[in-house]
Design a protein around this ligand. Sequence first.
Ligand code: UT7
Length: 329
Amino acid sequence: MSKIHAAVTAVHGYVPDYVLTNHELETMVDTNDEWITSRTGIKERRILKGEGLGTSDMAVPAVNALLAKRGISAEEIDLIIFCTTTPDFVFPATANILADKIGAKNAWGYDLQAACSGFLFGLATGSQFIESGKHKKVLVVGADKMSSIMNFEDRATCIIFGDGGGAVLLEPNDEGNGVIDSILRSDGSGAAYLHQKAGGSVKPASHETVDAREHFAYQEGQAVFKFAVTNMAEVAAEIMDRNNLVADDVAWLVPHQANKRIIDATANRTGISADKVIINIERYGNTTNGTIPLCLWEWEDKFKKGDSLVLAAFGGGFTWGSIYLKWAY
Ligand code: UT7
């Protein structure tokens, strides 16, 4: 019997309407379009505006469109893994809230937190339920409302992040397509360089934490950059070596979109030519868990059945990893 892989059988994304351009940021912090473009590759990002709207509100339209595309109802979903760093609430899980909003009455679900690598961790985890035969339809969502934890007075951090996300459906495949291999890593000693200081159990919210602006993402950009640029490139190269892939065998490199310079370094290290590197950072910035599903969504029409995709990410924690995925349709 041929091995069952977890194949992506549908993908869809969502970005909010509001476009925050570099020029508008110039009116908010001491920055300029030239600096942001040359240091990051970002020209604009989306912001979810509106009282009472959270990360699940971006997942709902993405998932509803995905289900319509695949021609299935929400009730057929077995499991929802919601990868996010900006859950609707500390608890309950955003996966539960999403399930309720879309009518996924038969699904169980949980949130997965691995910062910018979350979607890859979710894809690898969700695949296990398909490969084991436990489930037939697993929804992996990656979405973030990064604007909810952005200090728009911190020019080194607020310029790179944006809101958005997407979802993929995983189903069994016996044709050799789907998630073929994954390498996932974490190193908690990197936590100091990228984290949110307050709002967790160590430092619950108080007047003092609010006054000190500790409920925002804190990033030491240069330190993170140094780790990201090496580790994302190395892990992508490692998964290619392990699966005997040379650059010509790879149809698409799908990198996390944190900084164009980190993406370029990954492409250089793997030897994958620029025309096969998916980049939309100039329009969306870093949507954390949203970047890779948004890339898959926007490039879906270009993928062919059997294409070899190498996905790679690096994020806070530190977390990083790479997935070798053969496209199934
Ligand atoms: O996805 C999750 C993981 N996160 C990442 O992968 C992000 C990795 N880090 C980065 O992408 C970059 O470090 C940043 C884009 C965040 C910052 O770029 P950088 O080239 O590392 O800048 P820097 O922090 O070293 O700052 C260089 C200079 C400083 O000025 P001085 O001290 O040289 O006078 C900053 O104050 O640029 C200044 N600067 C800015 N200038 C204009 C920092 N931010 C800005 C800004 N506009 N927005």
